[in-house]
Ligand binder design. Sequence first.
Ligand code: MCN
Length: 784
Amino acid sequence: MTAVETAPGFVGTSVKRKEDASLLRGQATFVDNLTLPGTVFMAVVRSPYPHARIARVELSAARSADGVVAAFSGADLAEDWAGGMPCAWPVTEDIKMPPHYPLATDEARYQGDPVAVVVAESRALAKDAAELVEVDYEPLPSIADVEKALAEGAPLVHEDLGTNECYVWKLDAGDAQGAIDAADVVVTRRYFQPRLIPNAIEPRGVLAQVGPTGEVTLWSATQTPHIQRFALQLVLGIPESKIRVIAPDVGGGFGSKIQVYGEGPLAIAVSRRLGRPVKWTEERAENYVGTIHGRDVAHELTFAATKDGDITAVRSEAWCAMGAYLELVTPGIPLLGAWLYSGPYEIPNYSVTFTGVFTHTTPTDAYRGAGRPEATYVLERTVDALARELAMDPIELRRRNFIREFPHTMASGLTIDSGDYEGSLDKLLEHLDLDAIRADQAERRARGDAKQIGVGLSTYNEMCGLAPSRILGAIRYAVGGWDAATVRFQPLGSVQLVIGTSPHGQSHETTFAQIVADQLGVGVDDIEVIHGDTASSQLGMDTYGSRSLAVGGVALWHAGEKVIAKARQIVAHQLEVSEEDLEFENGMFAVRGSPDRNMTIQAAAFAAHSAHNLPDGMEPGLEETAVFDPPNFSWPAGAHAAVVEVDTETGDTRLIRYVAVDDVGTPVNPQIIDGQVHGGATQGIAAALFEEGAYDDEGNLLTTTMATYLVPSAAELPSFETDRTETAADNPLGVKGVGETGTIAAAPAVINAVVDALSHLGVTDVPLPATPERVWKAIEEAAS
Ligand code: MCN
């Protein structure tokens, strides 16, 4: 067996995605492709009312319909729940956490709240029979607006709480009010970031099987098989040791597949009762009401500054919609942005307040960026507003306030390990050719063209890589932030990686293999990555918060180091030299000074398995596990710019250029990074120009299909121009996350560009999303 001849150097190269072989051939396995013998299909009956008393659920017609096996109301299954649906982030001691069960029993509190299930021999029969379920609803007053829900006399989502206020959370450092009082210039702006409805290509789905001794297997289109496992114990009272959760191929999630939705426990409870496997697949229309939403946050942001442009304080107050119930991490989402209201700027006085608010709407939770796009949007928009107020170039204002020395401890208390914010901005400007854009803008303005152009910037930083457990514990997050990985040599030298993260589009099979291939000196194709099954990967905290590489990838590196250390002991024993005398490079151990005396790591693996000649006391096998809990978050950063063309007669806005320069530390796979930036930025652009989950005042969802909820396609987007700067993160691989950078940066860059295009007309703001109608109105209002 030979090691590869030259340094493989996979890290830093665009190795083709290993995942694509099955995806492109249609050979991927999604939950809905799986059917076990005897499977029955579940349909969920949902409340059409935003708020209603459930007077009666009549199931007899459904039960006697063709092919129906069973039907259950909330009351029928009440005994099956050992506990309510868990919320893992009670952000304050006095937070209000109303009970939440998979099926509502007395009251429906949002349009889409599940009230009954019907189980039949086919999906179509289950769906037909679900329409025969008669529910007597007594409609009650309801409220959808996050700010109005706090007004005196507003309809209450949970009557017994006596208020719609869920919690108030504060972070104060320095003296923001004092700085505001003493400032030369104070700028206060209000913003509303509407709801966003995640639209993963694969909708949610589960297949549950309960075996004869009560052991449960749940196939789930989830981002979080490990979290599902312990949550299912809490809801169903089945010990975790009897629960196996499998996330097969998962077609995207963007945060919306982190949660522990009711359909999982429901399918298990029904399977337990019927003794048959139970499958449920979400329909697109159900996705709009039954899967969590993102954003729905109103902000008031204040900057204090000197007349020269030194920002001396930031104060943010935000009213954050929780929806009708708390999902897994609903209350904590704003907190993920709590340290980012000063962004890449050094601002000595800091005050952030979040008020969580119940409304009669689908629960909110993590949606790509989760808390950080919200913070970055108001910050970067207000930087531009302050620049206008100071008559200063917004680029110069940013430069003037950038954090320059790293590590840097922010006023708000957390430490940023590394960065070069000016470097990213400089590189962005090299790509942008701002002079040419400004010249074009001046000409169009001079000619009085209907189509005006504008350019907008967003310089951002981000806190991701969730981890670290100690800090998460201090902010009352219920579980840990570590991750785990195993590196396992098979006897004949191929390698398996068992990882605790659970990719659903992020390419861990490729990038994690690249890391270990370089480390062990084996080929990427000699490595198999095993994930998404709690039976093979017992330890893990899954994928969200752009954590997988900076936490799970680093755990993997540590496991690889342990494997090398054990192999070194074996080689030293067999070559009869001391471990210190061995060099390890490209998969080969060689005696220092005598390169001919060598042994490959694969040969060491075989020796470890044959166990004929191991050091005394050594266990056979070459397999090591590492659990990594980083001491800090991961701090990617960058500078993005959008160039838009706005038709001032119709309000139609086209994004004509998008330039992104990101610092994600050491790049493992540049093409995958670019893909992440394209996708992430698209979701931020979508929030700026297209997507809005709109409710009427009572909580009836108005955007219930893709015809009214506008998910942009490639046709609406320019070709992305991407580049990178690199500052090494404080971890052995030097890596930072990339999964959310684009989403965090994009929306303010685009709206700053729209405002810039229209600034000569007096426009200073356009509400999100900047639809043609809203842009047109902003122009009209400025004119009047
Ligand atoms: N990467 C790299 N070099 C770096 C940083 C990252 O090569 N310096 C690679 C990683 O190895 C990994 C990918 O980029 O293959 C993303 O890494 P990371 O930033 O660690 O993010 P996660 O893998 O933890 O993914 C989560 C993140 C989040 S929070 C959302 S939301 C999101 C996203 O990823 N949802 C996605 N990207 C998505 N991509 C797809 N296709 N589908 C989703 O649902």
